[in-house]
Design a protein around this ligand. Sequence first.
Ligand SMILES: Nc1nc2c(c(=O)[nH]1)N[C@H]1C(S)=C(S)[C@@H](COP(=O)(O)OP(=O)(O)OC[C@H]3O[C@@H](n4cnc5c(N)ncnc54)[C@H](O)[C@@H]3O)O[C@H]1N2
Ligand code: MOO
Length: 397
Amino acid sequence: MSTMLTFEDALQEIKQSATLRVVPQTIALSNAAGRVLAKDIVADIFVPPHDNSAMDGYALASGDWQADKAFTISQRVPAGQSAQPLVPGTCARIFTGANIPSGADTVIMQEDAKCVDDHVAFAHPPKKGDNIRPKGQDMQAGQTVIKAGEKISPMHIGLLSSLGITNITVYKPLRVGILTTGDELIPAGETLKAGQIYNSNGPMLKALVTQAGHQVEQCLHAADSPEDTEAALKTLLQSCDVILSSGGVSVGEEDHVKGVLEKLGTVHLWKIAIKPGKPLVHATLEGIPFLGLPGNPSSTLVTYHWFARLLLSICSGQKAELPPSYLVDAGFNRTNPIQRDEFLRVFIGQDGLAYAHPQQSSGALLAACESQGYLHVKANTQIEYGCSYSFYPFSGF
Ligand SMILES: Nc1nc2c(c(=O)[nH]1)N[C@H]1C(S)=C(S)[C@@H](COP(=O)(O)OP(=O)(O)OC[C@H]3O[C@@H](n4cnc5c(N)ncnc54)[C@H](O)[C@@H]3O)O[C@H]1N2
Ligand code: MOO
């Protein structure tokens, strides 16, 4: 148990043991932004339902066009009204969004038309299909348009509204318990005494979990004692689907989280070859997944982003996907050997190169706030100016 797992093996282990922890419920689409879809959505209509005009202009059969022919305007079709079949050899006055009359196959925009008394002529020959948005251009009946596991975005709300859908089946929000540990920590708002610092991981984790769309069920703080840690965990176990903690997972005699986990449940992994975040612990307590994040604030952030986010995603019914990344060249060198996979907090310069923030201590959080994402540098490599590394913008997490 004391050997360190590789980053990939740890991800795999957490991914494989994570299971769905929430049940479906049907809710109004208008309240569904940010919720996780529980059932595929299959379109039951075509969108648009009919061929319709993309322009204000004139609908005609392209084969009827002749230079300077004066077309009779045989009908007027505003959006929202049904069109009559086109009288052969004539055109229809038509407006954006209006249904194309049967017999017409093209729309000429009004700027390209010349009105002659109550007739109209078109100088340039149209192409069949011009300015017509065909039936089903956006969605076809029978097409799966959103898969279960997707988080509903405002775009999805628009898309589903265009199908006439008012209710959808989503998963109930995942209830997450947060435990912070440490005798030295006090909440913001109180006055610091010698040896004390403010609890920053608690509020940060609460914000990360909330931003990811989960429900923070309860936040507790435990002193550095096995009794306090055990009591807090037992309380969280009563109402939470998943538990995250910060601190108390290293090797000192003031670190009690792992010992209590071994007493109450099963520890699956402890210590990963990453920097920062090495002493991460993963366990199951009474069937409830638990991740113990290391207490240094940047270690908490990094392990939340890479491991807790994934665990919470799977438990809440989402797909187990890593955030998007792209290759960026390093704008700096580092020749000292890298023994653990590193997640450097970096920003992208105007030259497009990645620059490491000068402060990479796991105890410092300002560096993350001043950076744009992670540069993932794998163990046993070096960082060379101009070489490419995977960059993961914070916005993808
Ligand atoms: N002898 C060794 N010591 C340490 C090792 C090691 O391998 N051998 N690993 C180091 C690494 S790496 C990390 S990371 C830390 C993780 O330790 P813990 O998870 O046990 O965290 P704590 O000791 O409780 O706290 C570490 C640090 O973070 C501050 N902290 C904790 N919680 C909060 C919070 N909620 N808000 C703000 N700051 C917090 C705490 O005061 C400590 O300064 O262990 C190393 N040690
Ligand atoms: O792994 Mo620790 O997070 O290096 O500071």
